[in-house]
Design a protein around this ligand. Structure first.
Ligand SMILES: [Zn+2]
Length: 574
């Protein structure tokens, strides 16, 4: 049976603050046309408004308390591991669509690696280990794409290689991102970085347009990420604008080919400009919640490559092919030695080049004297709880609550140095924010700095201040993303701004195909934005949730863990 096509085109980090000036100047004509023929509004993200959490909600229709993704890393045993489709709970929306014969294509949607079988195709978005070749479904799809379009990379490398150099898949690491004071330097040319993104997204659109026909998909979900990366890493707004113009041109290609389709343009969260950063780890240490001890130099195997890169490139100024070969050789040797035997060697190197090891802030924490810690710059805080955390000692119950209340009260007093307002608009206890079977894995406290003029740094070096200027990061995320609903099954309400939640998108999508809404969904069908005639013919129905589509079971190898960790550090997410 032929279904009407629906295109879900996500502009990662898209927000009206950034898009409205471009729309007013006529620089996003295709999106403008969709708005005129449909409706527009603010799409509220998850808390925190970050890609893995928001996309896990988009995929499952569930709040984080049910899908279990609260940050880029998730709890595993007493430690943490990179969030992925493996750690995501809940049934993806395409499972329900496939059950009704609706075929689905997914291109560059985060949190879909490792891929699960589906009726349609899948090319995973971040996070994918760099050496992985299994990020498509069906698996031979990757080879077919590469035969036609050349090597496919999930992410544009942050430091574009000069044209006369080959780009080694794990050769270039941008090591400056954790450093709170030194400006982030684009080793490469910012213009080349922008151009690489424009090319990447044109090519991904070429691929999408081919695969829609080849796999006869009815629904395509596609995430454009250039805006997000340029928002973080560009130093001027012009590059952000040019990325958006390019995305608009790609949206126009779908509209031209499929004028009768439904279009859902959305974003997983919004963006805001920032001027500084708050050194959260430093603040915790100064207020006695966290203590630094002697640096632990038991480098786990998956960090060996990271440390060697910092040593060779950063401290000894070694670059190029020789460095990479040496690093592979030395790395290979070091990996087969028992870590305890290597400790004296690491100690000697650390004495010579302490900066290469400075990122290991968690290892330098004096755990028996630490009450509260952060693992990422995205807002979650953890109490060092006995029986749960690796080095936990805080007793559950009264002691836990007393520490939690004290740190919340102290953090409420922190002011944004640029506005004088409280830095955190809200500070949540886990139970205030998340409900569901995974809520027990949530962080103990969730900070919300997403309306302030600062982002957070979980810093690693004791210094004399709490805030630093952000000289080279243009922006960070905000709560308010965007949506545009346009097409034959949507209402024409171009004037005015509507409001919805990212959780409403999967519910609305299922309803477009007359699929009953699973009872455990946390979002609703956006009935007021559907065409009246469509709604009359298709009343909203519900069905019992189906557990069959839960995530794939697969463990990461040490090598994959190393690549995931490096990749997230490179992006500044860990
Ligand atoms: Zn995002």
């Amino acid at each position: 049976m032929a279904h009407r096509k629906t295109f879900i085109l996500s502009i990662d980090s898209g927000c009206w603050d950034y898009l409205d000036p471009l729309l007013a100047q006529g620089r996003m004509p295709n999106l403008e046309r969709l708005i005129q023929q449909g409706s527009r509004g603010v799409l509220e993200s998850t808390i925190p408004p970050i890609t893995p959490v928001a996309f896990a909600s988009f995929i499952t229709g569930l709040n984080p308390g049910k899908h279990g993704i609260f940050d880029w890393a998730v709890r595993r045993g007493r430690g943490f591991q990179s969030a992925s489709a493996v750690s995501r709970r809940g049934t993806p929306f395409w499972h329900y669509l496939n059950a009704q014969g609706v075929r689905v294509g997914l291109l560059n949607i985060p949190m879909t690696y490792p891929p699960q079988p589906l009726d349609g195709f899948l090319i995973a978005g971040i996070v994918v280990p760099r050496s992985a070749r299994d990020f498509t479904y069906p698996r031979p799809l990757l080879e077919a794409i590469e035969q036609r379009h050349g090597p496919y990379e999930v992410e544009v490398s942050r430091r574009p290689a000069p044209p006369d150099q080959c780009a080694c898949p794990d050769g270039d690491l941008d090591l400056d991102v954790e450093d709170p004071v030194r400006p982030v330097a684009h080793g490469g040319d910012p213009e080349a970085y922008l151009q690489a993104w424009l090319e990447q997204e044109r090519r991904q659109t070429d691929i999408a347009l081919e695969l829609i026909d080849e796999y006869r998909v009815d629904v395509l979900a596609f995430n454009y990420v250039s805006l997000d990366r340029l928002n973080h890493f560009a130093s001027c707004f012009e590059h952000v604008e040019r990325a958006l113009e390019n995305v608009d041109a790609q949206i126009g290609r779908f509209m031209e080919r499929f004028p009768e389709a439904n279009y859902i343009v959305m974003s997983d969260h919004g963006s805001r400009r920032i001027q500084g950063a708050f050194l959260l780890g430093k603040w915790l240490a100064e207020h006695g919640y966290l203590r630094y001890g002697e640096q632990n130099l038991r480098i786990p195997r998956h960090e060996v490559n990271f440390v060697l890169t910092r040593l060779f490139q950063e401290h000894y100024g070694w670059r190029g092919v020789g460095e990479r070969i040496a690093r592979r050789l030395v790395g290979g040797l070091l990996r087969i030695f028992p870590p305890a035997l290597l400790e004296p060697l690491w100690k000697r190197l650390a004495a010579q080049a302490p900066g290469a090891f400075a990122y290991r802030f968690t290892s330098r924490v004096d755990w028996p004297r630490t009450q509260v810690y952060a693992r990422s710059p995205n807002g979650p805080l953890f109490i060092n709880l006995r029986g749960r955390d690796e080095h936990g000692w805080v007793r559950p119950g009264r002691q836990y609550e007393a520490i939690r209340e004290a740190v919340i009260a102290d953090l409420r007093r922190v002011r944004d140095p640029f506005t004088g307002e409280p830095l955190f608009q809200r500070i949540y206890r886990r139970e205030e924010l998340y409900q569901g079977e995974a809520a027990a894995e949530a962080p103990d406290i969730i900070l919300d700095p997403y309306g302030s003029s600062c982002d957070l740094i979980v810093d690693n070096s004791p210094q004399a201040f709490h805030f630093v200027n952000r000289l080279t990061r243009f922006g960070d995320h905000s709560h308010e993303g965007l949506f545009v609903l346009s097409g034959p099954d949507f209402a024409r309400l171009p004037d005015g701004e509507h409001r919805a939640s990212i959780l409403d998108i999967p519910a609305t999508l299922l309803h477009l195909y007359n699929v009953p809404i699973p009872e455990n969904f946390d979002g609703r069908v956006l009935t007021d934005l559907l065409a009246a005639d469509f709604l009359r013919r298709h009343p909203v129905r519900t069905q019992a949730a189906d557990g069959d589509g839960a995530g794939p079971q697969r463990e990461y190898s040490d090598e994959e863990m190393a690549q995931l960790t490096e990749h997230l550090r490179e992006l500044g997410y860990l």
